[in-house]
Ligand binder design. Structure first.
Ligand code: CO
Length: 291
């Protein structure tokens, strides 16, 4: 790419509306990406938003369950969730915190709300792993709110950089999660009324926007609330709010380009590997170190 290259602005290409569903032991949530096998965006498999002030919608949580072959990223906006896994790890996620968990060959964990009243609100994102990393040992990181850079721009926009790096008004900001092979960029953006923001997103990476408060305008197209807006190819993004403030997530990542075979919490490349995962889970060897 030479200096003469004119930047191509990414546009809204496709909208995946959030659908009300429930998961775990009956947690009510909105699923956009991942609501069907056709609603993925390599390397992203699924995005769930949970948001309720009614404990009945979330209190049962996500009791012990397995994962293999991908990463789960839990970002809490409000509330308090505790996770425990088969390795004996225990972590507490409070407002603004993120858990980045790479299931690799296997993790068995629970994710349980630690409150009996008040609002529980947040997201769980599933990011695929390339074949070469699907059978690696499980690992995770808890990132507290204070470790996530929050940048406030001249026009009042505010950006949290959870993963990857972004250049805003000439300054590059690095999030705490770096160095993954899918090179994820994970931003949480606030725009006050009638304001705009523009930044580059690596060309060739797949990207989407998820509006969780209000609507966001992508170029000249409006993305509805609780919808994932898949972006076209390009280098840069121009996002704006209208008469109301907006909050949205921006996700981008390097596509893996491999076949995806999913059965519930197992995401592999072939049906045989899925059958092996189910066998390993039944035999109690899902999480064992390879022999
Ligand atoms: Co889980």
């Amino acid at each position: 790419m030479d200096a003469q290259h004119n930047k191509q602005v990414r546009t809204l290409q496709r909208e995946i509306a959030g659908m009300a569903t429930s998961d775990g032991a009956g947690v009510k949530l909105m699923r956009s990406l991942g609501s069907s096998q056709f609603a993925r965006l390599d390397p992203f498999l699924m995005l769930d938003e949970f948001s309720s002030e009614n404990p009945g919608d979330y209190i049962a949580g996500f009791p012990s369950h397995p994962h293999r072959g991908f990463e789960t990223v839990t970002y809490m906006l409000d509330g308090h969730m505790r996770h425990e896994d088969h390795m004996g790890n225990v972590g507490e996620l409070k407002s603004g915190a993120v858990q980045w968990m790479s299931a690799g060959r296997g993790v068995i964990h629970s994710e349980m709300p630690q409150q009996v009243q008040g609002r529980l609100r947040g997201f769980q994102l599933w990011i695929n792993l390339p074949a070469a990393e699907k059978m690696k040992p499980a690992m995770y990181r808890d990132i507290q709110a204070a470790q996530i850079p929050l940048v406030t721009l001249a026009g009042g926009a505010a950006v949290k950089v959870i993963a990857g790096s972004v250049t805003l008004e000439g300054t590059t900001v690095d999030g705490p999660i770096q160095g993954l092979s899918t090179e994820p960029l994970y931003l949480d953006v606030f725009l006050p009324p009638t304001s705009r923001i523009s930044f580059d997103v690596t060309a060739g990476h797949h990207a989407f926007v998820y509006a969780y408060e209000g609507e966001v305008t992508i170029g000249t197209q409006v993305l509805k609330n609780h919808s994932a807006g898949v972006l076209s190819e390009g280098d840069t993004l121009e996002l704006s709010s209208q008469s109301q403030a907006t909050r949205f997530l921006l996700l981008a990542g390097r596509p893996i380009g491999e076949p995806v075979v999913q059965y519930g919490p197992f995401v592999m490349n072939t049906r045989e590997e899925i059958e092996q995962a189910m066998k390993d889970y039944q035999n109690g060897t899902l999480t064992d170190a390879p022999v």
